[in-house]
Design a protein around this ligand. Structure first.
Ligand SMILES: NC(=O)c1ccc[n+]([C@@H]2O[C@H](COP(=O)([O-])OP(=O)(O)OC[C@H]3O[C@@H](n4cnc5c(N)ncnc54)[C@H](OP(=O)(O)O)[C@@H]3O)[C@@H](O)[C@H]2O)c1
Length: 390
């Protein structure tokens, strides 16, 4: 088996981070932790530090760093940092062999680039990075010879189905979607949806932002853009299919008309472990789907009228440039406002659509231009939220 792989886990206190640490706990001979990062959940991070003993820990704010220090034993040998520079340092730490990007949102971009520049393989859960800057990130990773292994279950499925097949044999990607909790809800009821309704995902247990994204189908839109970049696939060759049972995690169509699918129960430990151990498979002991109990596996086209966020993302993907970053930023602001009950569920779409309309599109942007577009979009989305309430 050799020496254990040293991991950096960005977003250790979140859903992906905690599932990753569950795997590390189960396979201590395979994995050790070198750096852990959190946002504001300092208490949880302190417990993780005591258990996994990283050399470096990072939190979002300086005050959080000070509080973390006060919670840890005084004689613990650990460096504590904060903010964006801290995240980049956690990703680029010399002894790290692989970086798991489990932070949520645009904050994932810079540490992912830092990991690439330091030559670290990446297990990528933070889809927002590829939505904002897919071309830049994939080009930089290719130039540095850094593998980016997908953690998103759909992209892991596609990655597994493609396997060793040459790129020219891959013709189409079928991206499955559960449809979320409002798959069958009538459009005229959407304005009655409250955050607590949208936070109840039928099949997956995840962080708040991605759960709301799943309810609007924006999550599938972000994944559409992610797939476009990860697999270098033209947008017209990616088809979204609503598959409420969440058993087929996605499929790949080949030039001879064959379709390969990857199936499993909905549990993120599967795709996380696949990225961590690639090309090996870990004995996770997860249950198989109970095929005899499944009455059927169904597939239907998404309803873009009731779920227009998906159409916005597909449009942003087709136009490219800074538009996907603007879509992403406006979505983050709008989802946050919805969770805080400042806007209604249908307003999420309105805020993103009007921000995208106002945005001055730039093609072939560099990282700084993408970050500037992200900043401007956040301001504009804030203004659009005010208009919703005027
Ligand atoms: N959850 C899933 O099953 C799943 C599946 C596929 C893909 N993904 C993707 O994986 C990513 C993480 O999702 P999640 O569900 O794990 O989210 P989550 O549970 O909300 O966790 C997010 C993590 O990011 C940290 N964080 C948030 N804002 C930060 C900031 N400004 N600076 C530093 N750290 C920050 C959080 O810290 P605190 O909690 O300490 O504040 C937490 O550790 C997302 O991009 C999501 O789309 C998730």
């Amino acid at each position: 088996m050799g020496t254990p792989k040293n991991l950096a886990i960005l977003g250790a206190t979140g859903s992906i981070g905690s599932s990753t640490l569950d795997i590390v706990r189960r396979f201590p001979e395979r994995y050790t932790i070198r750096s852990l990062t959190a946002g504001r959940n300092i208490e949880r991070l302190a417990l993780q530090i005591e258990e996994f003993r990283p050399a470096l820990a990072v939190v979002q704010e300086e005050a959080g760093r000070d509080r973390l220090r006060s919670l840890l034993p005084g004689d613990l040998d650990i460096e504590l940092l904060w903010g964006e520079d801290g995240l980049a340092a956690a990703a680029a730490l010399p002894e790290v062999d692989m970086v798991v990007t489990g932070v949520v949102g645009a904050v994932g971009l810079m540490p992912t680039l830092a990991a690439i520049d330091a030559g670290k393989p990446i297990a990528l859960a933070n889809k927002e990075t590829l939505v904002m800057a897919g071309e830049v990130v994939m080009a930089r990773a290719a130039a540095a010879g850094v593998p980016i292994l997908p953690v998103d279950s759909e992209h892991s499925a596609i990655f597994q189905c493609i396997g060793q097949h040459p790129r020219q044999e891959v013709d189409r990607l079928f991206l499955t979607a559960s449809g979320g909790p409002f798959r069958t809800l009538a459009a005229d009821r959407f304005d009655t949806i409250r955050p607590e309704d949208a936070l109840k995902h039928p099949n997956w247990s995840m962080g708040a932002k991605i759960t709301i994204d799943s309810a609007t189908l924006m999550n599938k839109g972000l994944e559409f853009i992610e797939a476009r970049h990860l697999f270098d696939m033209a947008p017209e060759k990616i088809q979204v299919l609503v598959h409420p049972q969440s058993i087929v995690h996605s499929m790949v169509g080949f030039v001879d008309g064959s379709v390969l699918a990857q199936l499993g129960i909905p549990d993120m430990k599967g795709p996380i472990a696949y990225a961590l151990a690639y090309p090996d498979r870990l004995p996770l002991g997860l249950d198989y789907p109970d095929f005899t109990a499944l009455a059927n596996l169904t597939f239907e086209p998404p309803d873009l009228k009731r779920f227009p966020c998906l159409a916005l993302a597909m449009d942003a993907c087709a136009q490219g440039g800074t538009l996907p970053a603007v879509l992403n930023a406006a979505n983050e602001i709008a989802v946050n406002a919805f969770l805080q009950r400042r806007i209604g569920f249908p307003d999420i779409y309105r805020v993103i659509a009007s921000t995208m309309t106002r945005h001055g599109h730039q093609s072939r942007p560099n990282v700084e231009q993408i970050r500037e577009a992200d900043r401007l979009a956040r301001t504009m989305a804030g203004e659009e939220i005010q208009k919703c309430n005027a």
